[in-house]
Design a protein around this ligand. Structure first.
Ligand code: PNS
Length: 162
């Protein structure tokens, strides 16, 4: 069975992530979405909230599961017999960082990375921009799954003390 992992912070998951996950699920027998814990960053959503939002967004994909991991991604891959890391590549500006991580992961534990070109419609999309636009009341309804939209609005109301 060929397994791949789509790793990330997913704070929150966007339609761009979802596009890559959907296409990866057609290429592999099983895809694991790994929500990586980054202890040096405080996110908008807790890891549990991110997992809930992702689980709802991928419920139509029967070979996709969601997990979380704190540590090196390559150790997760080795422990779960995962052959490849799949990451979206939005633009040339992503390339240097993604290539560096891909080469590091290869030399650390021999884990391959496949960089999947995102749809041009999502090349400008990032979780950080979604958070910022939502914080100031901008419209992100066509950028994130509906459940994420609800949760963003709930967070925004909480921060305004409503
Ligand atoms: O969504 P992001 O923040 O761009 O994802 C980056 C992520 C989480 C995939 C990357 O930081 C990662 O793999 N973190 C796990 C720790 C690790 O393995 N670091 C070494 C990378 S070469």
């Amino acid at each position: 069975m060929k397994k791949a992992v789509c790793p990330g912070s997913f704070d929150p998951i966007t339609n761009g992530h979802l596009d890559v996950i959907e296409r990866a699920s057609g290429l592999f027998d099983e895809v694991v979405i790994a929500v990586l814990v980054n202890n040096s960053k405080t996110g908008l959503f807790t890891i549990e909230e991110r997992i809930e939002m992702i689980t709802e967004a991928v419920q139509h994909l029967k070979n996709v599961k969601v997990d979380t991991w704190s540590g090196l991604l390559v150790d997760y891959c080795r422990a779960h017999n995962i052959a490849a890391i799949v990451k979206g590549l939005r633009a040339v500006s992503d390339f240097d960082y993604e290539l560096q991580m891909a080469q590091m992961n290869l030399q650390l534990k021999g884990v391959d990375t496949l960089l999947m070109a995102t749809k041009p419609a999502y090349s400008f999309l990032s979780s950080s921009l979604v958070r910022e636009i939502a914080r100031y009341g901008g419209d992100v309804s066509n950028l994130v799954p509906s459940r994420v939209l609800e949760d963003l609005s709930r967070k925004s109301q909480m921060s305004q003390g409503k």
